[in-house]
Design a protein around this ligand. Structure first.
Ligand code: AMP
Length: 424
């Protein structure tokens, strides 16, 4: 039979055990941290009706207009693989009335997202996110809480504080943003000769996105564009000031970036992004913001909310750039090695006893030489090796070798599990 193409599709990759273990470490860290703040897990489907994203994220955004994996299912429905999870979580809250009658909910998620983007370092078509959403709460304290959780997460997994920057801004609301949007659109039209074609086109559909254009010429022009910061309504100005006040009180370092506009239509008021050093163009490791009108876009009642999402791959890149090793737990704590094949059944029985005692124990199932078994023990990170041979079994005492010091001691067979159980 001819060989099939064994490569994963462009822009995707397998999380092999080393990376998968890092993912599990990050998700465990998130679970413990988020639980301390009262967030509960939620799992929404990986695909949704396309409308969840077109209505929520906005038709004129890059995600919806260019990057969605959309297809018709066998029942003729338009289905889209989720490009992000906020829209899905808000849809789920509406479906299950989680925020009905003024209730609030705090939820977190983790899993793969899908965007048809041009792959490059830190940008893939299937990527992994961890995120949380605080829905039903309007007060600025919750904005500060969400930002603090994000920064605490990065600190907990080891991203050095000095290698990341928290950017904050406000996007205003339906009172102050429309007039501002029109001013930016007019500014773009006045300067269209010096802007790229896409920014020019955006003046009709999504003018604020011109602030996000990577084109150096556009950046120079947009640096002189009017700032929303100077045109906020009183409520948005007060909210923004309060959020910054809470961050200051908590000692959270941030930089105000009046040009920070996140690429989704649903944001209102507070937006934020964390950038890390050493990542090149794709340097945002996490970000989020408020979306006080999103539930209404789905036909639900006015419901404030905000959240963040952080990217797994870029967090790993940031750790690597900062020279931080993700902690790797040993795959096996103890390796039970056989001196010859005659004791294979005993080795299996001893390994099982250790596992039953709660010890991560491993053995060889391939009839390998003692030397190869010792190499395997090393590769698995085993701190101790139990050597089992006919003489040891006859004497009722096994040899335990410490892989660090190379010292050996004799342990009575019946006391083995107790002798190997880590104290403390
Ligand atoms: P966003 O939903 O675009 O705000 O993205 C939130 C986080 O997800 C970003 O800060 C990145 O860390 C990560 N992310 C977004 N898009 C990609 C992608 N195509 N590949 C890898 N990571 C991504």
């Amino acid at each position: 039979m001819s060989q099939m193409n064994a490569r994963a599709p462009k822009g995707t990759s397998d999380l092999l055990p080393d990376t998968a273990r890092a993912w599990e470490h990050l998700t465990r860290t998130a679970q413990e941290l988020f639980a301390r703040y009262g967030y509960e897990p939620v799992y929404t489907p990986i695909f949704e009706h396309t409308e969840v994203f077109t209505r929520g994220i906005g038709e004129a955004t890059d995600i919806v207009s260019k990057e969605m994996y959309t297809f018709e299912d066998k029942g003729g429905r338009s289905i889209t693989l989720r490009p992000e999870a906020t829209a899905s979580v808000v849809r789920s809250c509406l479906e299950h009335h989680l925020t009905a009658n003024g209730q609030s909910t705090k939820l977190y998620y983790s899993g793969p997202m899908f965007r048809y983007e041009r792959p490059q370092a830190g940008r893939t078509r299937q990527f992994w996110q961890i995120g949380l959403e605080a829905i039903g709460m309007a007060e600025p304290t919750v904005d500060a809480e969400v930002i603090v959780v994000l920064m605490e997460f990065f600190a907990a997994v080891g991203v050095p504080a000095g290698s990341m920057t928290l950017l904050v801004n406000t996007m205003g609301d339906e009172v102050c943003r429309p007039a501002y949007r029109d001013r930016v659109a007019a500014f773009i039209r006045e300067n269209s000769a010096d802007l790229c074609e896409e920014c020019d086109r955006r003046s009709d559909t999504n003018p604020l996105r011109a602030f996000d254009c990577k084109n150096p010429g556009c950046r120079i022009v947009m640096a002189d564009a009017p700032l929303l910061r100077d045109a906020l309504c009183d409520d948005c100005a007060a909210h923004y000031a309060a959020v910054k006040g809470h961050l200051d009180a908590l000692g959270i370092a941030y930089v105000e970036d009046p040009h920070l506009v996140r690429g989704l239509d649903y944001y209102t008021r507070t937006v934020f992004e964390v950038k890390a050093e050493g990542l090149g163009a794709q340097d945002a490791i996490g970000g989020g913001g408020r979306y006080d009108r999103l539930m209404e876009q789905y036909g639900g009642p006015p419901t404030p909310g905000l959240g963040f999402a952080l990217g797994f791959e870029r967090t790993l890149l940031a750790l690597k750039a900062a020279g931080v090793q993700t902690p790797a737990l040993p795959i096996a704590e103890v390796f039970v090695a056989r001196v010859d094949d005659s004791v294979a059944a005993d080795v299996f029985a001893i390994t099982q006893e250790l596992r039953a005692a709660g010890i991560a124990a491993e053995m060889d199932h391939q009839g390998r030489s003692l030397k190869s078994q010792m190499k395997a023990a090393d590769r698995l990170g085993a701190a101790q090796v139990v050597l089992v041979g006919p003489d040891e079994l006859a004497a009722g005492a096994l040899t335990v070798r410490d892989m660090g010091t190379k010292e050996e001691r004799s342990v009575p067979r019946v006391e083995l599990a107790r002798a190997l159980t880590p104290r403390g």
